[in-house]
Design a binder for this molecule. Structure first.
Ligand code: GLN
Length: 549
C-alpha cells in the first residue's frame, strides 16, 4: 500500500537566525538514514519572486538548483545534508504565490469573486506545499516556514499550514517549533519565558506545536524540560535540546541523541523503524576533526563582510578538507583592499587563492592583481565564474599584451572584449531570471588537469552568469598557453580554463560549489585542497632546507 506523504512544518520563534535550515536539514538527514524518502522545501515571506535580484548583503548567497532556480541559501544546506537535488518547487516566496494568484485573476479564473488572502492565497500556498508530496517521490516533506512567528509576512504561510494540518487529520502532519532559551549569566539561568510567549503566539494562530526544538548554549536540565512541556502543552520527550555545535555537521547526531527523529516518527505513526545508519556521516566527522595537515586559503571577493554570501564555497572547503584529512582555514580577503603594493602581504602567507563569483565592477582590480600573483608565483588558484572571467582578462593583459582587454560588463567600449555577451543575451532588458542558469554539460579535453580532477570526459555543472569567454579570442589565448579544457557541447562556450606547467591553476565558468555535499565532496575542491597541501609541504621542505644551510 502506498502511504500518503506526511508533512512536517518547521516554524521559528523568539528571534531569527536560530538555524531553522540546519535543524530541518539535520532532521531530514536522520529520517533519510532510516530509509524514508525525504525532501525539504522553504517558504520565504518576501515579495521578490526569487532572491536572484537581491544584493548578497540582504540574504547571503543565491543558491542555484539543477533546474536553474535561484533560491535561498538554505536549499544549499538541504542538498549538502541529503545529497540529493532540490528544484524550483523547493523554494517559494510570497512574490511567487501572489504572482500565480494574480495571473489567475487576470485570466478570469476566479469567476468574478473577490480574491482574498484567505482562501485564495492560502489555497495557493497549500497547493505548493502538496506539490512535492504529489510527485509520489517522498514519504515525508519538511516545509520550513521562513521568518519568525509574529511577523506580518509569515501569517498566510502559517495559516495555510494550519489548514492543511487540520484537513489531513491526526498523525498526517506535525508542527516543529524552533525557539531560543536565553542564558542569563548573572543568575546563571536559562529562561523559558520567550519560548512560552512564542508558543502562545502560535496558539493564537491556531497552531499547537507538537515538538519544540530549543536552541541553547547550555544543557537543558530535566526540570527545565518539564517546565517547558507543562507551559507549552507538549510531552516532555518532545522538548528537544539543540545546543550550540562545533560544526553544523554535528547537529544531526546531536538531535538524534536527543531523540528528535524518534519523536517525529512516533507522532506520525511511523515508528518503530530501523535505527538511522549514520556511519558514513560519522566517518566524515572523524576525518574533519582529526586533520593530518593544515592549509590556509584566501577567498578574494567583495562581499566578505557577510560570509553567508559565500556559503556554498565555504562549505565545499569543509567537505574537501575532510576528504583530504586536512584543516582548511579560509581567510576572507576584500578584493577592494588588494593592490600592487600590498598583494604580497595578503597572499604570501597563503597556500592557495580562490577568486569568487561576483557582479559589477567594484573590486575587480583587486581580483586581477591576486590572479596575477597566483599565476606568476605559482600559488594554487581556483577561479569561479567571475573568477574565471578575471583569469582570462589577466592572461589577456599580462601575457598577450592586450592591455585594455576587459569584460563588456565593466567596459562596454573595450577594444578587446575578451569576455562579452552572447547574441541571445544582447536583447535582454529584464534583470530577474535572465542569466544563464542551472545545469549545462561540459566536455573535458583529454590530457588536461580538468580531466585528471574529474576522471571523466563529460560533466554537468550549474551556472549563474550572463557573460562568456568570447570565442573570437580562443585561438590567440590557446596559442599563448591558456588551455581551454572544458567546452559546452550545446553552445560551444568555454567552461574551464587552466594553465599547464603551473602547480594548480584552474578556473570554471560554472559554480562547482553548488554541487559539493558531505557524502560527495566536489572533485575540484578536493583537488584544490590537495594542491594546497602539496604547496605547503613544498614550502616547509624549502624552509627547513634553508634553515639547515
Ligand atoms: N558577472 C559575471 C557574469 O554575469 C559573473 C557572474 C558570477 O560570478 N556569478 O557573467
Amino acid at each position: 500500500m502506498v502511504r500518503p506523504t506526511k508533512y512536517l512544518f518547521i516554524t521559528g520563534g523568539v528571534v531569527s537566525s536560530l538555524g531553522k535550515g540546519i535543524v530541518a536539514a539535520s532532521l531530514a538527514r536522520l529520517l533519510q538514514s532510516r530509509g524514508f524518502r525525504v525532501t525539504i522545501q522553504k517558504f520565504d515571506p518576501y515579495i521578490n519572486l526569487d532572491p536572484g535580484t537581491l544584493n548578497p548583503y540582504e540574504h547571503g548567497e543565491v543558491y542555484v538548483t539543477e533546474d536553474g532556480a535561484e533560491t535561498d541559501l538554505d536549499l544549499g544546506h538541504y542538498e549538502r545534508f541529503l545529497d540529493q537535488p532540490t528544484s524550483q518547487a523547493n523554494n517559494v516566496t510570497t512574490g511567487r504565490v501572489y504572482e500565480t494568484v494574480i495571473r489567475r485573476e487576470r485570466m478570469g479564473e476566479y469567476g468574478g469573486r473577490t480574491v482574498q488572502v484567505v482562501p485564495h492565497i492560502t489555497d495557493e500556498i497549500k497547493r505548493r506545499i502538496c506539490l512535492l508530496g504529489e510527485t509520489g517521490n517522498y514519504d515525508i516533506v519538511l516545509t520550513e516556514i521562513g521568518g519568525t512567528v509574529g511577523d506580518i509576512e509569515s501569517l498566510p504561510f502559517i495559516e495555510a499550514a494550519r489548514q492543511l494540518h487540520y484537513e489531513r487529520g491526526r498523525g498526517e502532519s506535525l508542527f516543529i517549533h524552533l525557539t531560543l532559551l536565553p542564558y542569563i549569566t548573572v543568575t546563571g539561568e536559562l529562561k523559558t519565558k520567550p519560548t512560552q510567549h512564542s508558543v502562545k503566539q502560535l496558539l493564537e494562530l491556531g497552531v499547537q506545536p507538537d515538538i519544540l526544538v530549543c536552541r541553547t548554549e547550555h544543557r537543558l536540565s530535566s526540570e527545565i524540560k518539564s517546565k517547558i512541556a507543562l507551559f507549552c502543552n507538549v510531552p516532555v520527550d518532545s522538548v528537544i535540546e539543540a545546543r550550540d555545535a562545533e560544526t553544523i555537521y554535528d547537529v544531526p547526531l546531536k538531535l538524534m541523541r536527543e531523540g528528535l527523529d524518534e519523536a517525529v516518527l512516533r507522532r506520525l505513526g511511523l515508528a518503530p523503524t530501523p535505527e538511522p545508519d549514520m556511519d558514513a556521516w560519522r566517518d566524515f566527522l572523524k576525518r574533519l576533526k582529526n586533520p593530518l595537515d593544515e592549509v590556509n586559503v584566501g577567498l578574494v571577493g567583495k562581499y566578505v563582510e557577510l560570509p553567508d554570501a559565500y556559503k556554498s564555497i565555504l562549505e565545499s572547503f569543509v567537505h574537501a578538507a575532510a576528504a583530504n584529512e586536512a584543516k582548511v582555514n579560509v581567510t576572507l580577503i576584500h578584493s577592494e583592499d588588494v593592490q600592487e603594493e600590498n598583494v604580497e602581504r595578503y597572499l604570501a602567507p597563503l597556500d592557495g587563492v580562490v577568486v569568487a563569483p561576483g557582479f559589477g565592477k567594484r573590486g575587480v582590480q583587486g581580483k586581477l592583481i591576486a590572479i596575477q600573483y597566483c599565476r606568476t608565483r605559482r600559488l594554487p588558484f581556483l577561479g569561479i565564474c567571475l573568477g574565471m572571467q578575471m583569469a582570462c582578462i589577466e592572461f589577456g593583459r599580462n601575457v598577450l599584451g592586450l592591455s585594455r582587454c576587459n569584460s563588456t560588463e565593466f567596459d562596454a567600449s573595450t577594444p578587446d572584449p575578451v569576455i562579452s555577451l552572447m547574441e541571445d543575451q544582447l536583447e535582454v532588458t529584464q534583470i530577474g531570471g535572465t542569466l544563464r542558469l542551472g545545469n549545462w554539460t561540459c566536455d573535458i579535453r583529454s590530457g588536461t588537469l580538468a580531466e585528471r580532477i574529474y576522471g571523466t570526459s563529460r560533466v554537468v555543472e550549474r551556472h549563474r552568469h550572463r557573460y562568456e569567454f568570447n570565442n573570437r579570442y580562443r585561438e590567440t589565448f590557446e596559442a599563448a598557453g591558456l588551455v581551454l579544457s572544458g567546452i559546452n557541447p550545446d553552445n560551444n562556450l568555454v567552461e574551464i580554463v587552466e594553465l599547464p606547467g603551473h602547480p594548480f591553476f584552474i578556473a570554471t565558468q560554472y559554480h562547482p560549489e553548488y554541487r559539493s555535499t558531505v557524502m560527495r565532496p566536489h572533485p575540484l575542491f578536493v583537488a584544490f585542497v590537495a594542491a594546497m597541501i602539496r604547496h605547503r609541504r613544498h614550502q616547509e621542505a624549502q624552509q627547513s632546507g634553508d634553515d639547515s644551510r
